[in-house]
Design a protein around this ligand. Structure first.
Ligand code: AMP
Length: 462
């Protein structure tokens, strides 16, 4: 891993000395690769996860360009959630400690529009906002974006998953075309490529070498004959007893078989592969991502649509056909500062494959015995969340805040019992704490969303 000093960059001295006081001694790999390009005013697409130091990468880019003498909005950061917007504003303010007149404003739903309009009227240099609330201000004419020279889309894949594609495009329509656009995303599905094409100019793509992704992952391997694999898998799930586990098999049929035998043992597992309809696949992926399905048994192709940043455990029920695929699979666990576990089952005849993987990744895969597993844990059979499906979506102008409001308004359930909200063109899905899911179902069935009644049902695919 190559680390570089910030002082190699064309950053003002006061920013450099502040970085030192923050304890940022070296650039993270993402910063080392992206900052020189950002500072040259190029558009970029960065595939980066939370924890990679991406906020400082674009934050420093913004700070190097904002003109403090001009008290109008110059840089806009779009984030999917209020939590991320708060986090980003905090990090930018920390980075700007040596620039006391720098103004950073945060805008998201759930706060008074009037008060926000008032703050906007006082002027800000940098705005961190969620797309829905920013659009509200644009429509009300309470914000001017005509001097924005830098646009950042943070966690762009997540914004698209939440149904913000059109909103983002609408916002960009009112921005100057002469601007720098930086896009950060943990995954790179085709919708992101489509978005980049329409909003960026000759963007440079930044990816980290895949091997670097395996640094924080504990890699284990259990030897088992084909006939013993199911038993070892069950022992592993009992031993680790984690909230979410992704299991890889090499064939569709194996995925079905493995998921079914886990269900027979009382666990909640779903298979996913290309033999399923597109809509079924989307619904299964979203149930896994929103904690309504703790165990997913997937083929490599089907797992591509999966967007989860911090999977604690990945199991290779079947060893993959190449070391590259192995790295790709296990890269779904283990973020910076948070370690993940990747476990592979292998037969005696496959020992050479494990050796080849170790050589490729230059990391040790520890061979372990099944006997060391503690299988007395009571595994949780009910998922933490349950998904409700609403037969209305983007085309009905439904936004996440509308669903949240319908659930939590007037004697409704608490906001923290509501999980991920996914909005598609004609359908929306919301994850609810399993224990109160029937109450939530009633509340939505008897109430209205955006003044309209919609059909609501549990999404149960098993
Ligand atoms: P992020 O990926 O932007 O969420 O950043 C993850 C954490 O890393 C944040 O707490 C940052 O403050 C911290 N961080 C970012 N860049 C550096 C760096 N170069 N050195 C040390 N810590 C950093």
């Amino acid at each position: 891993m190559h680390l570089m000093s910030f002082s190699n960059l064309a950053l003002p001295p006061e920013i450099l000395s502040n970085l030192e006081t923050l304890g940022y001694q070296k650039m993270t790999p993402i910063q080392a690769k992206s900052l020189p390009i950002i500072l040259k005013n190029n558009d970029i697409i960065v595939k980066a996860k939370t924890g990679s130091g991406k906020t400082a990468a674009f934050g420093l880019g913004i700070l190097s360009k904002v003109d403090l003498q001009k008290c109008y909005l110059q840089a806009l950061v779009l984030c999917p959630t209020r939590e991320l917007a708060d986090q980003v504003s905090k990090e930018i303010r920390r980075l700007a400690r040596s620039m006391p007149n720098m103004r950073v404003l945060t805008l998201y739903g759930g706060k008074s529009l009037r008060m926000q309009a008032e703050s906007l009227r006082h002027g800000t240099h940098i705005l961190v906002a969620t797309p829905g609330r920013l659009q509200d201000h644009i429509e009300r004419g309470t914000i001017s974006l005509k001097h924005v020279h830098t646009l950042i889309l943070d966690e762009a894949d997540r914004m698209l998953d939440m149904g913000f594609f059109d909103t983002i495009v609408d916002i960009i329509k009112v921005l100057p075309t002469a601007r720098q656009t930086l896009l950060f995303s943990a995954t790179y599905p085709s919708t992101i490529a489509q978005l980049c094409q329409s909003i960026q100019k000759n963007p440079i793509e930044i990816l980290l070498d895949t091997q670097e992704d395996t640094v924080d992952i504990l890699q284990l391997a259990y030897q088992a004959r084909e006939s013993e694999k199911n038993e070892v898998l069950l022992a592993l799930l009992r031993h680790y007893n984690l909230q979410t586990t992704l299991i890889f098999c090499n064939t569709k049929m194996k995925c079905d078989e493995v998921a079914m035998q886990l269900c027979d043992k009382g666990l909640y597992a779903l298979p996913i592969h290309s033999g399923l309809e597109q809509r079924e696949r989307e619904e299964i992926l979203l149930q896994f991502a929103n904690n309504s399905c703790p165990i997913l048994v997937a083929t490599d192709v089907a797992a591509r649509g999966l967007d989860i940043k911090d999977l604690p455990l990945v199991i290779n029920y079947d060893l993959p056909s190449s070391p590259e695929i192995y790295v790709h699979r296990i890269g779904r666990t283990g973020r910076q500062g948070k370690s993940g576990i990747a476990i592979s089952l292998f037969s005696h005849a496959q020992i050479f494959k494990l050796d080849a993987i170790e050589k490729y990744t230059q990391a040790k895969i520890t061979r372990t015995e099944e006997a060391s597993l503690n299988t007395t844990n009571n595994v949780r059979t009910v998922p933490r969340m349950r998904t409700l499906c609403i037969n209305g979506g983007k085309k009905n102008k439904i936004r996440p805040a509308d669903i949240l409001g319908a659930l939590t308004g007037k004697g409704g359930i608490a906001g923290d019992q509501v999980g991920k909200i996914d909005i598609f063109d004609f359908y929306s899905y919301v994850a609810i704490d399993y224990m109160i899911s029937s109450q939530a179902l009633n509340k939505l069935q008897q109430g209205k969303i955006k003044g309209r009644t919609f059909k609501i049902r549990y999404l149960e695919t098993a």
